[in-house]
Design a protein around this ligand. Structure first.
Ligand SMILES: C[S@@+](CC[C@H](N)C(=O)[O-])C[C@H]1O[C@@H](n2cnc3c(N)ncnc32)[C@H](O)[C@@H]1O
Length: 393
């Protein structure tokens, strides 16, 4: 087996089960090492730290599969990891037919995403190390889950960084154009090929339920960055009077109407527009909303983009506070690792000062449990948000 020696500074974090080794943390690497090769990782004093895969041209050069041993990485290894991940999620089958089975590092399979949609799988391979085991992984998935079909959606930007082409299409069985997802008795039509991410924002399942529990009779809801209508439709089923959905994506808004019909929701409006432009005009109209959901895409993919992201969040909160009724709630989320809960609170505090209104945080929210938070991997807690209401002066 090929050997990689890390610098002293990396040893502690690996001992705390952090699975990434950056380029500048590597002391010694075999010269002719190939992209995706399996390596054993050693400390400068020769202590075995684990086994993982390498990509010498990637900033995250080694990703660890297994700590402190030389576990064989083969089909049996993937069967065992997938089985564990699948069985951990069994309780979710009580409330939904769609959930994440494998969440990359957070399921100790770095670079691999597998989602379950009513018996079909959506698969995403994001690294060269995982790409090398594509056949073993597909066979393991068939053996453990026996899916009706597998759709590969390896379209992530991260593949470019790994020097891989994008791959998309059916790779096993058959997969229909539309799949019907039910979560918490709410129905959604999902397209694995046209939908964002692997088809649907599964990570917001629990938060859709939490936010919709705040609906009162007669409430008007504004679902910003609505995608296919997740939050708004939950609110409609809890008795909201009217829902306005806003999203920029043609593919996403196309499905909102069908999703409303599926759930017998009639009083709504769909707006295909940039939320920032929409808000500028909407505040001029003087309409008020009782629940405003702000669930933007990741504004800060890198640390450099953080400042711009915070400006974006501040704008969204300022405008939302203007549109909020006195008894209403704003639910705001950040799915960017670089904008954390404290950042979100600090821009909210600035907006509170500018709008001259105190803010009460009534609820904290995180990604649902099928997207695990591993304490040893801080960035695995990527989705965070809260619900606020106006305080009194
Ligand atoms: C995190 S997703 C929202 C998920 C959604 N809340 C759900 O529960 O399914 C972000 C959405 O923002 C949309 N989007 C991105 N930039 C936008 C913009 N400037 N204006 C409007 N929508 C935008 C994307 O199309 C995507 O649907």
């Amino acid at each position: 087996m090929r050997k990689v020696t890390v610098k002293k500074q990396a040893v502690e974090k690996i001992k705390k089960f952090f699975p990434w080794i950056y380029k500048n943390e590597i002391k010694k690497i075999p010269k002719d090492i190939r992209k995706g090769e399996i390596v054993d990782i050693y400390s400068p004093s020769g202590e075995l730290l684990g086994r993982g895969y390498i990509n010498p041209s990637s900033v995250i050069t080694v990703r660890i599969f297994s700590f402190f041993n030389k576990e064989d990485i083969n089909k049996a290894f993937f069967i065992q990891r997938i089985k564990r991940a699948f069985s951990k999620r069994q309780h979710l089958q009580n409330i939904t037919n769609a959930f994440r089975i494998v969440h990359s590092e957070a399921d100790f399979l770095p670079g691999l995403i597998v989602d379950y949609y009513d018996g079909y799988l959506s698969l995403q391979i994001n690294t060269a190390g995982i790409e090398n085991f594509r056949e073993e992984i597909i066979e393991a998935l068939i053996e453990v889950i026996n899916p009706k079909g597998i759709y590969e959606k390896s379209d992530e930007k991260s593949r470019e960084k790994e020097g891989l082409d994008t791959k998309e299409g059916i790779i096993h069985g058959s997969v229909p154009e539309s799949i019907f997802v039910v979560e918490n008795s709410v129905k959604f039509k999902v397209s694995l090929s046209k939908g964002q991410k692997t088809g649907f924002y599964l990570d917001q399942r629990r938060n859709r339920e939490i936010v919709s529990n705040y609906v009162e009779k007669g409430f008007k809801v504004l679902d910003l960055f609505s995608n296919t209508g997740g939050f708004g439709i939950y609110c409609g089923l809890k008795g909201a009077d009217f829902i306005k959905f806003v999203d920029i994506s043609e593919n996403a808004v196309e499905l909102i109407h069908e999703n409303c019909e599926l759930n017998s929701i009639n009083n709504y409006q769909i707006i295909k527009e940039n939320v920032f432009d929409f808000l500028k005009e909407e505040v001029k109209k003087g309409d008020k909303y009782d629940i405003i959901v702000v669930d933007p895409p990741s504004f800060a993919k890198t640390k450099k983009e953080k400042e711009g992201a915070l400006r974006g969040f501040k704008y969204l909160i300022l405008k939302s506070l203007q549109l909020l009724s006195n008894k209403g709630y704003i639910a705001i989320f950040s799915c960017s690792h670089h904008v954390d809960m404290e950042d979100l609170k600090s821009v909210t505090l600035e907006a509170s000062k500018d709008r001259k209104v105190p803010v009460e945080i009534v609820e904290h929210m995180y990604q649902d449990t099928d997207h695990p938070y591993i304490l040893n991997i801080p960035n695995s807690l990527y989705l965070k948000g809260f619900i606020l209401r106006k305080g009194i002066t």
